[in-house]
Design a protein around this ligand. Sequence first.
Ligand code: NAP
Length: 385
Amino acid sequence: MSSESAIGNSAAVVSAAPTSVPSPGSSTALPPAASLFMKGNVIDGKAVAAKIREETAAKVAELKAKYSRVPGLAVVIVGERKDSQTYVRMKRKACEEVGIASFGADLPETATQEEVLEVVRGFNSNPDVHGILVQLPLPKHLDEQAILGAISVEKDVDGFHPLNIGRLAMKGREPLFAPCTPVGCMELLERCNIPMKGKRAVVVGRSNIVGMPAALLLNKRDATVTICHSATKDMESIVRQADIIIAAAGQAQLVKGSWVKPGAAIIDVGTNPVDDPTKTAGYRLVGDADFEECKAVAGAITPVPGGVGPMTIAILLRNTQVSGERFITGKLQCPVAEDTTAGSRKGPLSRLLKDKEQLGPWSLVAAGSLLAAGALQRVITSRRQ
Ligand code: NAP
């Protein structure tokens, strides 16, 4: 299994003639960034995302020409939330633009757990579907963890399956997919030639979908990572040590210019609406960093909007293309229906054993531990009798 594209392809770095990025202060955190994707010290996320979409479309076209098949993405939405419907529409349109086939299931707010699981299982065993995404949040009566866990790990293009997250956390292991927004953050750093190896990185936020996987991805790239969260004391002085700051707290303009080491790179994931009567909508979006203050000190910074935002869908498309390629070229087989039944005794463990080639020796260790625990239990029981 190749994990290259699951955690970004450093070979794809686009370089240009070095131009120095002015920054006040004598000690700069990072060497001057040089990239076609930067305007001054501002990272152009739209341009990076457009490049990734273009690369993805080319690979989809190659598959189509060679195998007469294209990757397919299934998006499951439950309920009528307007924002979720907008995101799903955007994802389906983006698929169309790069030649990925779109599959959909729009379930009513009242859908039961079993009905949602049934839809997921159907996509798991559909050979034309190579990626499955359940739009979050789900209505409160549904068990999100069970539904996400029912998605076949091989089709988990969102990268939220516990096996994929587990492998992301393990040294010497790679996930089949890593979560899209954090991978997008890594791509921005890589394509802007911002080094991570040996650098100090601070991630503000530890959510399952952004902060934690971002920290794990930075760790995989040999950065020394500190995670800050709502109980962190004196965060300002921790952030000030960082060469790379990933801000993902969902707190408008939390990171101030005075918190930033001169020359540091800031990837701002935050998307926070703040009142703005000058806008037709009555609000505008700001990041977790105070953009103007931080821009004056940072070596590189992403704007909001136009930074991390466009990357998420671009990486989702790339993950789907990578998945489609694995299935279409025969590196992976589509799971059969009974194998993916949530809660089935033939579920995750049997697949771990079956897929030992792809999932690596740790699955055998896990299985071995379970077998050993069973044997021990039998010994204890027989001695008691
Ligand atoms: P989340 O689930 O609410 O998690 C926020 C994290 O930040 C938590 O770990 C929380 O700590 C921490 N936090 C909150 N306030 C803090 C403070 N004052 N100081 C330090 N840490 C603090 O949010 P999320 O889903 O990760 O999203 C974060 C932001 O990214 C949001 O603005 C969201 O809209 C945006 N986002 C953007 C994209 C994109 O594509 N651009 C994608 C996803 C999310 P605790 O763990 O202690 O509670």
